[in-house]
Write a protein that binds this ligand. Structure first.
Ligand code: ARG
Length: 245
């Protein structure tokens, strides 16, 4: 097992090792990413949870969901600790080397979160600035590869935005939906337009064609019958209301 996979196992055990319930379909996520996954009290809820729960129903299996740090999400399906990784995961060529992806269920992208006192004007402005990102994400890759510099890593989009508010970073880069949630009610913060275009999909260990097929069918059905649109609307409303509290 590689180092990443070991980290995933450790993280899973830290939040209550799932018993050996062989028949449950296990989803792994990182639940600080509204509206795709967030905590309602102790419960992990969101669009990705509904997609994976619908896959479990299709397969006639019980359903379990756990949250770990985002860097540990993909390693958990590689090591077999979980069946489905769904965490607003962007399909990338690098990740495709290690896992299979379902068909995409959303097309979205990353944006720059900035303080109105220091308005964002364009990518050239990001050079040599302190840029906050959630660790392990495509926002991190953007800073490393497109800007050629080291980002300031946080464990969640909200933590990165808190660093911006506290003046510890100059900008934050994050996926648009959690970014929108983070700046709700923050009169001093604003978002740029899209910096990238990205597709979210469910990640599965390579060589599980039946599972992949069930996920793709579930996504196609949920798109066609309006469930996906309803999940997006309902969980956006719920996570916005939670943030407004
Ligand atoms: N879409 C980005 C990526 O795949 C960020 C995903 C972060 N997801 C999460 N649940 N924290 O890298």
């Amino acid at each position: 097992m590689n180092k990443l996979a070991l980290a995933a196992v450790a993280a899973l055990c830290a939040c209550g090792c799932a018993k050996n319930d062989g028949n449950a379909l296990k989803m792994i996520t990182e639940a600080t990413f509204p509206p795709y996954e967030f905590l309602r009290g102790q419960e992990i809820v969101g669009i990705d949870v509904e997609i994976c729960r619908a896959v479990a129903e299709k397969l006639g299996k019980d359903f379990k969901c756990e949250t770990v740090d985002f860097d540990s999400v993909i390693p958990a399906v590689i090591s077999g600790r979980a069946d489905l990784a769904a965490a607003g995961i962007t399909v990338t060529e690098d990740r495709k080397q290690n896992v299979d992806f379902s068909d995409p269920y959303v097309t979205t992208g990353i944006v720059v979160v900035y303080s109105k006192a220091n308005p964002y004007t364009g990518p050239e402005q990001l050079k040599n600035k302190r840029i906050g990102v959630q660790g392990g994400t495509t926002s991190e890759t953007y800073v490393l590869e497109q800007l050629g510099q080291e980002p300031e890593r946080s464990r969640s989009p909200a933590e990165a935005v808190a660093a911006l508010k506290a003046g510890r970073v100059d900008f934050v880069i994050a996926d648009i939906d959690p970014a929108k949630n983070c700046i709700m009610g923050e009169a001093d913060l604003a978002l740029s337009g899209f910096v990238t275009s990205e597709d979210y999909a469910v990640a599965i260990r390579k060589g599980r064609p039946e599972l992949l097929k069930a996920v793709n069918e579930t996504i196609a059905e949920a798109k066609a019958d309006g469930r996906l649109a309803k999940w997006i609307a309902d969980y956006t409303a719920e996570s916005d209301a939670l943030k407004a509290k």
